[in-house]
Design a protein around this ligand. Structure first.
Ligand code: NAP
Length: 284
């Protein structure tokens, strides 16, 4: 399977370490990114580059996409030099971006018309897990296509699991990120509440991390709060986007609604900072 030629689209915070895993695993990898310069990091470890998505798909067996949102997916598929303009067939296209189930269904339909196959395969985990190859990958789409793609996905994640037909991976991801938004806001509120009552943030976080509530998330984001470091690992604008997509799916629970409102309000000023910068919003 390591002879499978892989095309990678999207070299953002996640796309770079994820594609690096595949190069390190010995796959021939060709990369494309909209803005130029980021490809150099991949070229330095042996990847080749393609000038457009259309040229990329012609060279490879399997294409993986890791870009921001529905608009980016639309541009990658339907743009002038987009994937669909190449009129290929027999390719597997895996969209690992966090996007709506609706755009996955639309793109899967267009891929099938050309004789290509589409999987939605968003990930849980952040930059650290991408660097370690330990992401959790949830997949929607045809079962036999998933089985073909699984060895590649298992180089990126510690778990690659099919949860249903096209769009099911995206739906599962939006459920998980709703929980993530609630978690981040909950942690931020606990720290603010503690400080308002004379308990230091560092002390609170030490107690929480040693209690049954401790988790990798609270450990990593607690350190960010302690160090006053809000550089984005997972940009706040992305969780604001994900909660909007969850709303479109019908999210209406009390905590889900609260997280939706908080992150929409925070996005204009804190969008480029990390998700846990929400502490600045709830502590205002
Ligand atoms: P990022 O650092 O903001 O990178 C976004 C990528 O998308 C860049 O390569 C960007 O290209 C490309 N892009 C954006 N709009 C485009 C367009 N219209 N056409 C073509 N390319 C476009 O994002 P990220 O943090 O890697 O996240 C990528 C996806 O993974 C998102 O859907 C996010 O929600 C999801 N995710 C992120 C994390 C995390 O912790 N960061 C975790 C799980 C899932 P340019 O370089 O040209 O701007």
């Amino acid at each position: 399977m390591s002879t499978t030629k892989i095309g990678w689209i999207g070299l953002g915070k996640m796309g770079i370490p994820m594609s690096q895993q595949l190069v390190k695993a010995g796959y021939p990898v060709s990369v494309y990114n909209r803005s130029k310069g980021k490809e150099d990091i991949l070229r330095a470890i042996g990847a080749t580059t393609a000038a457009t998505p259309a040229l990329l798909i012609q060279q490879v067996d399997l294409v993986i996409i890791m870009v921001s949102d529905d608009k980016a997916i639309h541009d990658i598929f339907n743009g002038e030099d987009g994937l669909l303009s190449a009129k290929t067939s027999g390719k597997i296209i895996i969209n690992m971006s966090t996007v709506s189930p609706a755009i996955s269904k639309q793109m899967a339909g267009l891929c099938e018309q050309q004789g290509n196959h589409y999987l939605d395969a968003p990930v849980s985990g952040s930059v650290k897990q991408a660097e370690d190859g330990t992401l959790v990958i949830m997949v929607g789409g045809n079962e036999s296509v998933f089985e073909q793609a699984k060895p590649v996905l298992e180089k990126i994640g510690r778990l690659a699991m099919r949860v249903g037909d096209t769009g099911a991976g995206n739906t599962a991801k939006l459920v998980i990120n709703t929980l993530l938004g609630i978690y981040a806001q909950g942690l931020a509120e606990a720290v603010v509440f503690a400080q308002q009552n004379g308990i230091a943030a560092t002390d609170l976080l030490t107690l929480v991390n040693n209690s049954a509530l401790g988790s990798p998330f609270i450990k990593i984001k607690g350190e960010a709060i302690n160090n006053d470091n809000y550089n984005a690992a997972f940009a706040l604008k992305h969780i604001a986007k994900d909660l909007r997509l969850a709303k479109d799916l019908g999210l209406s629970t009390p905590l889900g609604e609260a997280a939706f409102e908080t992150f929409q309000q925070a996005e204009s000023t804190l969008g480029e900072e990390d998700i846990i910068a929400v502490i600045k919003e709830v502590g205002k």
